[in-house]
Design a protein around this ligand. Structure first.
Ligand SMILES: Nc1ncnc2c1ncn2[C@@H]1O[C@H](COP(=O)(O)OP(=O)(O)OP(=O)(O)O)[C@@H](O)[C@H]1O
Ligand SMILES: [Mg+2]
Length: 217
């Protein structure tokens, strides 16, 4: 379970998050919505351990996430916590398959079985024909799918995605959302996504709305 207790975060004296209390249970599929600049990316960066809150606590299965050492946090990110950034953050010097396999390689989990699972995800996302290409040879939507495949490749317990369909056409949006819904259902993966689209949000089982720095009740 993920819990946030009274999370506050300001940038340059301006309060963005003003006390966020959240509980997300294992196996949930949660959609976070709110207008541009409302703090959605800030909140999930804090939940993902990439950004420290000014005050408040993030607990992952009762453990204070931000009290972990950098090494433990990296380990967690390569094993149980998948994250897809709004800006994808692919490694420019690695080709598609090496980008997808990176978490597996880093955590020494790259086996034949892991490879074939990663390949099946790539196939499902329609990027299996470009495994040897580099990120600068791909379109925005293709990069987005590589980032999603990378985050799913090691079957994390939790996957957090920042606008996962922002660069995709309607058909690909459906493919990605159905894949996430299936993984949520079949593997029990907790899915937390940020989206501006009510249609995309509806794939989740709960919608959380941020407004004026707090969760709208
Ligand atoms: N590193 C930073 N330094 C300064 N200000 C920041 C930083 N990150 C975010 N902000 C500010 O915090 C506010 C919330 O940003 P955030 O990226 O969380 O919004 P968002 O809800 O994800 O918006 P969008 O829907 O456009 O992605 C914005 O006003 C933004 O300018
Ligand atoms: Mg954002």
């Amino acid at each position: 379970m993920i819990a946030t207790r009274n999370i506050e975060k300001s940038f340059n004296g301006e309060a963005v998050l003003k006390g966020i209390d959240l509980e997300i249970f294992d196996g949930e599929f949660v959609s976070i919505m709110g207008k541009s600049g409302s703090g959605k990316s800030t909140l999930i960066s804090i939940i993902g351990g990439f950004l420290k809150p000014d005050s408040g606590v993030v607990e992952l299965d009762g453990q204070d996430l931000h009290a972990l050492r950098e090494k433990e946090l990296s380990q967690l990110r390569c094993t149980s916590l998948g994250f897809v950034f709004q800006a994808f953050k692919l490694i420019p010097t690695l080709n598609v398959i090496d980008n997808i396999m990176l978490p597996l390689t880093l955590s020494h989990m790259a086996s034949e079985e892991a490879y074939s699972y990663a390949l099946s995800i790539a196939r499902e996302l329609g990027i299996d024909t470009m495994l040897k290409k580099f990120p600068n040879q791909l379109s925005g939507g293709q990069c987005q799918r590589v980032a999603i495949a990378r985050a799913l490749s090691y079957k994390p317990k939790i996957i957090i995605l920042d606008e996962p369909t922002g660069a995709l056409d309607t058909a690909m949006e459906k493919t990605v959302m159905e894949l996430l819904a299936r993984i949520n259902k079949e593997q029990g993966t907790t899915v937390i996504q940020v989206t501006h689209s009510e249609r995309v949000a509806a794939y989740g089982t709960r919608i959380i709305r941020i407004k004026d720095g707090i969760i709208e009740q």
